[in-house]
Design a protein around this ligand. Structure first.
Ligand code: ADP
Ligand code: MG
Length: 477
């Protein structure tokens, strides 16, 4: 094991520990082994593919932020996955997978460091079955019916409908759906797939994210099976690729996609693509692909207006068999105006609060929840959290921090904690004082002032406070 990797990773864990619940920390972070660090790339080993996917799905932002903090802006993460190889020597096979958050496919695609012996089978194909049995990888809840139409998405939705009715035989080929996060691109793309399946049972539909496509491509290229890979995709009647912006610089995957695209398009098969940018603004994607994206229709998705937001909420409630006063629906729709995913998040929080507290949903509760909700995109920090962080930082026990000790280090740690509690929480001076063994508010004021003064005169002290501030800030993200 590399010593530097160990040090960096230990530092990361210290931060992560404060942010992630203990049980999750034990499950998902403790089993990770730091392996090496070179050229800004930290390699960590995880026990399985599933483990890797779970981390990427749930903790990618946290890992990215923490790593950047420890290693600088250029930091990258690579996973080494222990593959259960079943080989006789029982030597774990590993492969490095770039963290999605960093989109580093480009390089890794070219020089993959380790070779996997056992060929990776195309996960969509069940061996021995005919092409009809390719699993379309669709989520049945994403339908046109559940996708509310508004000015924000009318063109895209209607084009999608047409595509689903006459796949391949329409002028929207490819159909490119683009727009910001949480605006319904994946929903609409999947709705097209589900509708095709419903109306044309014989058509072979496949939904795949560009990330998965790239990963599969890499697996196949390691096994000299690129032709198999391309042939497989050429069997599809309606190919839906989500988030094509992740093709960014994945040159060889783009080559494969180009071949697939041409074949499908020439044989009258349908392509549906989504992207977070319009094709003309897509960076790192080959011009020959972009020009083909423009052959069909590019339709954008906008943030829904107030009335559409109300309608979306009401549809969700109806689907889930919920009811709440109209004024609450209006209140949420008015206040959550970024994207649909947040709108749903607010609804879910409200439901959770109502059932946890056995309380009817009313405007008061909505106001309370939304206040938290807006904050909870940045996490709420409590006095206790700050106390724990300071204790750990100075290696002081929690009890000591609260006692009336006059030892200088402890007094300072306590003062810093109060200072941080004042700047990072909304608690009153009185409440903060109470959290320190019942001190009164003048003590808190005095502490804050002392910290400010010391920061001006004592550089070590100042460094400590700044570092702690960063830690708390990070925990609040
Ligand atoms: P994107 O892929 O653009 O990031 P998603 O398709 O994942 O966004 O949409 C986020 C959430 O919002 C999903 O749960 C989706 O069902 C919902 N949603 C988005 N647009 C609509 C709409 N017009 N009607 C109903 N639900 C929607
Ligand atoms: Mg999406």
């Amino acid at each position: 094991m590399d010593n530097n990797a160990e040090i960096i990773w230990t530092n990361c864990l210290r931060i992560i520990k404060d942010i992630v619940e203990w049980q999750h920390f034990k499950t998902w972070f403790e089993p990770i082994q730091p392996i090496s660090v070179k050229n800004n790339v930290l390699v960590i080993q995880v026990p399985s593919q599933f483990f890797f996917e779970y981390l990427e799905e749930h903790y990618v932002n946290l890992l990215a932020k923490t790593l950047k903090r420890e290693m600088g802006k250029e930091a990258q993460l690579e996973y080494r996955i222990m593959v259960d190889s079943g080989n006789t020597q029982n030597k774990p096979l590993t492969m490095n997978v770039p963290g999605h958050g960093y989109k580093t496919y480009a390089n890794n695609e070219m020089d993959f460091p380790l070779v996997i012996n056992n060929p990776v089978k195309n996960p969509f194909v069940i061996p021995g079955l005919k092409k009809m049995q390719i699993d379309p990888q669709l989520n049945p809840i994403y339908t046109f019916d559940s996708f509310i139409e508004g000015d924000c998405n009318r063109v895209a939705r209607r084009a999608g409908k047409t595509v689903a009715e006459k796949p391949g035989a329409n002028s929207f080929n490819p159909l490119v759906i683009y727009g910001g996060v949480g605006l319904g691109k994946t929903h609409l793309a999947q709705a097209i797939g589900n509708e095709v399946k419903r109306m044309h049972t014989n058509k072979v539909v496949l939904y795949v994210s560009s990330e998965k496509f790239i990963n599969q491509f890499m697996d196949h290229s390691r096994n000299n099976a690129i032709n198999d890979f391309i042939h497989f995709y050429q069997l599809i009647d309606v190919l839906i690729i989500d988030d094509v912006q992740f093709f960014n610089k994945a040159e060889r995957s783009q080559d494969a996609f180009f071949a697939i695209f041409n074949h499908l398009h020439q044989s009258g098969k349908q392509l549906v693509l989504t992207s977070d940018k319009s094709p003309k603004d897509l960076e790192g994607v080959q011009e020959r692909l972009l020009s083909r994206f423009r052959w069909g229709l590019s339709a954008d998705m906008q943030v829904p207006d107030y009335d559409t937001r109300i309608e979306i909420l009401e549809r969700k409630m109806k689907n889930d068999g919920l009811d709440m006063p109209k004024e609450v629906v209006k209140y949420i729709s008015y206040n959550i105006n970024n994207n649909v995913r947040e709108l749903e998040g607010a609804l879910i929080s409200l439901l959770a609060q109502s059932s946890l507290n056995r309380r009817e949903i009313d405007l008061d509760l909505a106001k309370k929840v939304l206040r938290n909700f807006v904050k909870s995109s940045s996490k709420e920090i409590t006095i206790e959290t700050i106390q724990r962080m300071v204790c750990e930082y100075f290696d002081v026990s929690y009890d000591k921090l609260l006692q009336k000790t006059r030892k200088r280090e402890i007094v300072q740690a306590r003062q810093i904690t109060m200072f941080l509690a004042k700047s990072f929480t909304k608690n009153s001076l009185k409440t903060i004082g109470e959290h320190f063994g019942g001190r009164d508010h003048t003590t808190v004021i005095h502490s804050c002032q002392t910290v400010k003064d010391l920061m001006d005169t004592d550089t070590v002290f100042r460094e400590n406070v700044l570092e702690l501030q960063q830690k708390v800030q990070l925990a609040a993200m």
